[in-house]
Structure formats: C-alpha cells, structure tokens
Write a protein that binds this ligand. Structure first.
Ligand code: UDP
Length: 238
C-alpha cells in the first residue's frame, strides 16, 4: 500500500509487560496477536521494522538479585526471558503473514539467528521484521539500551516506545488529573527531571547518536500506524 509516512526504518520498543494483557505475569497470546496486527499495519505501509521486547513479564535481573541471586546470573535469566517474548511475537507475526527473524545477542542457533549486523540489515531490506532478542547480551544493561543500540546500528530514524500512556507527563497521569503531557522534551531534561522515559544509559546513548524517541500509547488501536502518519498524541524526546 501507499507510503504515507516520512519514516522508512524504525525501531519499536515495547516492555515485556505489554505482552501479558490483564494477567500479572507471562504471555497472553491474544494480546501478542493484537500487537502483531499493529506491527503488520505499519509493515504494510512499506516501513522497515526493528523490534526489541523486554522481559519484565517473565523475569527481571534486579528482582532476582534483590532476592539473593547473583546479579549477573539473574541478568542472563532476564535476557533469556526476552528470547521467549521474541519467539511469541515471531509466531504471532508469521501467523498473519509477516516474515520475521528473531536475532539474538547471545547465540542459540537452534532457536534463532545470532546477531550479525550486515545480515540483519539485509533482512530489513527484504522487508522482514527483525526482533532483536537477549538485550545487548551483557548484564547490567536494559532492553531500552538494547533498543537504542540496535536502532543506531540499523540506522533507524527513530525509536517508537510503546507504553500504556500517550507520552511523557510531568507527573503520573493515572494518579494526577492535572498532569501535563510534554509535546517535546530534550534528552537532558529527561535526565535532569528523572522523567522515566527510559533509563539514563539508554537516554544518553540516544542523545549521543541523535536518535529521536517517540513515546506513544500502544493501548490505542491503530496507534502505531497513526503516529507514523503524523496523527495522534505523543511526546518527542530529542
Ligand atoms: N537484561 C540484561 N542486559 C540487557 C538487557 C536486559 O541483563 O542488555 C536483563 C535485565 O536483567 C533485565 C531483564 O533482562 O531486567 C529484562 O529486560 P528489561 O527489564 O529491560 O525488560 P522490560 O522492563 O522492558 O520488560
């Protein structure tokens, strides 16, 4: 279909929790399928799509270490959780005819592809959705940082961070009726005011590589496609 967007290659970052629906834990396949439809509608505009999915719906390293686990081991478990989420998303995308590759920072050849930058770029050129799994492959990092790193490597024009709210607010909009949404906020403001868009490592990496972050609501049906076509509400971090 006709391309009605200025974007040709983007990164979509979602948390693991986005996949759990109303459950308190794990994967909710109908929710995964709904997000897959959102991705397909953007793929159908001709946009090349990279994805990074968190692992917090299954395991977070910090939680494990707070309960006495060795931190790096707990972080590797968190990275493995992201691989499970990536495989669930791949399954949902391919069920609706979207060719997808799961590409892991930690090689596990029977399960998915290892990360080879030039190979990933080729997949994108062939209009395959690339889901980057296992974070950066290193403990002490987050999937927000992984998304920023891969978006930079793949030369994405922006990171689209899908959340439960339609942007960045000065205070929690679910608790304060007078919370104000920022139209635009700088990387340094996010860091100084602790606005909680992404962790500081990810924000600094995005800043240093001039990568805009667009925070939007993934709960809005058609929201991802709308934002890419210049509609809807969001916050631009740049
Ligand atoms: N993780 C890591 N290195 C990375 C990315 C992730 O060690 O490069 C681990 C970390 O323990 C983290 C977990 O994987 O808690 C899940 O990722 P994240 O918390 O970013 O998921 P989200 O909050 O987006 O669901």
């Amino acid at each position: 279909s006709e391309q009605a967007t200025k974007y040709s290659r983007v990164m979509l970052k979602i948390s693991g929790e986005a996949l759990m629906g109303d459950q308190g834990y794990g994967l909710h396949p109908p929710t995964v399928a709904r997000i897959a439809e959102e991705v397909k509608s953007v793929r159908d505009m001709g946009v090349e799509i990279c994805m990074v999915i968190g692992g917090g719906n299954i395991f977070r390293g910090l939680q494990g270490s707070a309960q006495g686990m060795e931190r790096t081991t707990a972080d590797y478990m968190g990275m493995l959780a992201t691989v499970m989420n990536a495989l669930a998303m791949q399954s949902a995308l391919e069920a609706i005819g979207v060719f997808t590759r799961v590409i892991s920072a930690i090689p596990m050849d029977q399960v998915c592809e290892p990360y080879i930058r030039r190979r990933a770029v080729r997949h994108l050129e062939k209009k395959r959705v690339c889901i980057f799994a296992a974070g950066t492959g290193n403990p002490y990092f987050t999937t927000d940082t992984a998304a920023t790193l891969r978006a930079s490597e793949m030369a994405c024009q922006a990171i689209f961070k899908g959340t439960k709210v339609d942007g960045v607010y000065d205070k929690d909009p679910k608790k304060h009726a007078d919370a104000k949404r920022y139209e635009h906020v700088t990387y340094d403001e996010v860091l100084e005011k602790h606005l909680g868009v992404m962790d500081a490592t990810a924000i600094a990496l995005a800043r240093d590589n001039d990568l805009p972050i667009i925070v939007f609501s993934l709960d809005e049906p058609g929201g991802f496609r709308g934002i890419l076509s210049g509609q809807g509400t969001y916050t631009r971090v740049q």
